[in-house]
Design a protein around this ligand. Sequence first.
Ligand SMILES: [Zn+2]
Length: 254
Amino acid sequence: MALYRTDAIVLGHRNLGEADKILTLFSPEKGKIHAVAKGVRRPRNPILAGSQLFTYSNFLIIEGRNLDNISQCEIKESFYKIRQNLEHMAYGLYFAELLRVSTPMEDKNRELFRFFLKTMYLLQEWNNTELLSRIYEIKLMAIQGFAPEIFRCVGCGEKVGNKVYFSTLMGGILCLNCHEKDRKSINITPETISVLRKMLMMTYEELEGLHVKEYIKEQLKNISSIFISHHIDRKLKTVQFIKDISNLKTGKSL
Ligand SMILES: [Zn+2]
């Protein structure tokens, strides 16, 4: 039986049989893979700590005929701070779900791995999880190759003026002359597009202190969610969880 060693982050897990779990791992060498953690639901199992959500470890894996088996793991970063805070946990689950559903199995992508790992480190540190989330979404879409065109009108190729519309169907912004090409296009402000461009072009570090006005936040959230659900044809389970948590924070009843 072949053995291999790889770094990986735990993106998800589900129970298997009486004491096992199937982990969804994301690795720089292998992409998204499934592997069985045998006996991991028993106390004092050596792989137990490394099977926690978001944990980043070096795994020793035995190739199986159907499923691979985890033989050993050495934790590099447990990201326990994310799991300790309900809001950060909700965003972590959302980031992992978005990555999981937008990535095919065993599709190696080192850039995507580095980007995801970095996002998880920042999720531990940043208080502004909403800003982190908007930046993550647009950058993830860009790496995955389905970012919207936000620099020129997708209808005519010209620069947009003061009236800007966002079209999910056509995959980007529309100018005043073209906006009727998609009757469902949404009117947004030039300031919103300018913030979105910054989020796409600048690094997380450069964007950390970015102040975003409330109405821009709302517009970004709206277009981002419509755009993502257009590209990922399934309902994301974690979106409602984030809504519930933010309602709890603002005191609204669920
Ligand atoms: Zn146009």
